[in-house]
Write a protein that binds this ligand. Structure first.
Ligand code: SF4
Length: 368
């Protein structure tokens, strides 16, 4: 579809201006400016529209940990499979999570083995399942960054209001800023700036990113998902780098308010509290990077209703998802890419979701 955000001439002009900036910065193919996107939607857009391929020399995209399905550790998938295998349970989940490999099996394999797993489009669908199946325990597999947290929180509040006793949430929601901090703190970090997540920022606004500029001296530009959005954000980041400043800017002002969405923030704060730490696939444990259900809503917490152990499980041999997520290697530099690991037979989680860097590169970038 052609929209004003796909206009070829405007794109060419932006690319020329990006090239001028890179030239002025002295960036080269061997010493590029490295910009990391931390949203799976941007990863998908960059590959889908071939933006990496049309960039002038001296600019490199790094694909950070922005796909919530991709960063779920195997132990949490194992827990989810164990809950689903309880004969009392109907497990409700988004389709993306079905094929993420666990150490024993994925949810799709568990379903094939007889577990009652239903795909839903929203947490409210899971609540409907609970109303229709009062003799069963309906567990919603909640995951995602702050983008999806409000709808999960509102569903828990609705379950409470309606007194629905057979609904609970297996909470795997995660937060974006501790994740960016983990990238910034990782040894050998070589990120010059961040393309900030558009959808998460609709909820949290711009303020939570300030530490990136103030403490780490790196710019971040919240960006939209159309090709010209991404190109303009790249130009804005290069402009900041050229001026020697680090600011938090908003390219996606048509959607993202500076202060985010106060009602959504209030729903999140009412239902969830920060976990001391949360395990990420490939990145290890990150402090305060996940949320859990507050005590006052404990009866809706699947972790307290079922035996959830969340064991730490090592990634499969040869899997380099963690290195890809930290920007250390490109997807095709993993020895399993396109061979043992494909979208049909994913070994690592980055090959499962269309927002995963490996899956996106496999679909649009081809083999290298
Ligand atoms: Fe992980 Fe597969 Fe990508 Fe390797 S190719 S990093 S195993 S998803």
């Amino acid at each position: 579809m052609t929209t004003p955000f796909h206009d070829r001439d405007t794109g060419q002009r932006l690319l020329a201006r990006i090239g001028e900036k890179l030239h002025a910065l002295g960036a080269t193919e061997r010493a590029p400016i490295r910009l990391m996107e931390v949203c799976g939607g941007h990863t998908h857009a960059i590959f889908r529209h071939g933006l990496a391929g049309v960039m002038p020399p001296g600019m490199e995209f790094l694909h950070g940990p922005g796909c919530p399905v991709c960063v779920l550790p195997m132990g949490r998938i194992d827990d989810c499979v164990a809950i689903a295998e309880d004969p009392r349970v109907i497990l409700a989940t988004f389709g993306d999570a079905m094929r993420v490999p666990g150490s024993r099996k994925s949810l799709l394999q568990a379903k094939a083995d007889g577990a009652d797993i239903r795909m839903v489009y929203s947490p409210l669908d899971a609540l409907t399942l609970a109303r229709r199946n009062p003799d069963r325990e309906v567990v919603f597999f909640g995951l995602g960054f702050e983008t999806t947290m409000p709808s999960t929180a509102l569903t828990v509040l609705r379950a409470e209001r309606e007194g629905i006793a057979n609904f609970s949430l297996f909470c795997n929601h995660i937060t974006i800023t501790p994740t960016i901090k983990a990238v910034l703190d990782s040894p050998g970090m070589a990120v010059d700036g961040f393309i900030g997540p558009g959808h998460v920022s609709m909820v949290i606004g711009l303020r939570p990113y300030r530490f990136i500029a103030e403490r780490y001296d790196r710019p971040l530009v919240v960006a939209g998902f159309e090709p010209l959005d991404v190109l303009q954000s790249v130009w804005m980041l290069l402009d900041q780098i050229g001026r020697g400043v680090a600011l938090i800017e908003n390219q996606y002002g048509r959607i993202v308010p500076e202060d985010g969405n106060p009602q959504a923030q209030a729903a999140i704060a009412e239902v969830f509290e920060t976990r001391a730490f949360f395990e990420w696939r490939g990145l290890g444990s990150i402090d305060e990077s996940g949320v859990a259900i507050r005590d006052r809503y404990a009866r809706f917490d699947a972790e307290r209703r079922f035996a959830v152990r969340s064991p730490t499980v090592a990634d499969p041999d040869g899997c380099r998802c963690g290195d890809v997520l930290k920007g250390g290697i490109k997807p095709w530099q993993c020895g399993l890419f396109g061979g043992a690991c494909t979208p049909e037979t994913p070994v690592g989680a980055l090959m499962v979701s269309s927002e995963g860097a490996c899956a996106a590169h496999h679909q649009y970038g081809g083999l290298r």
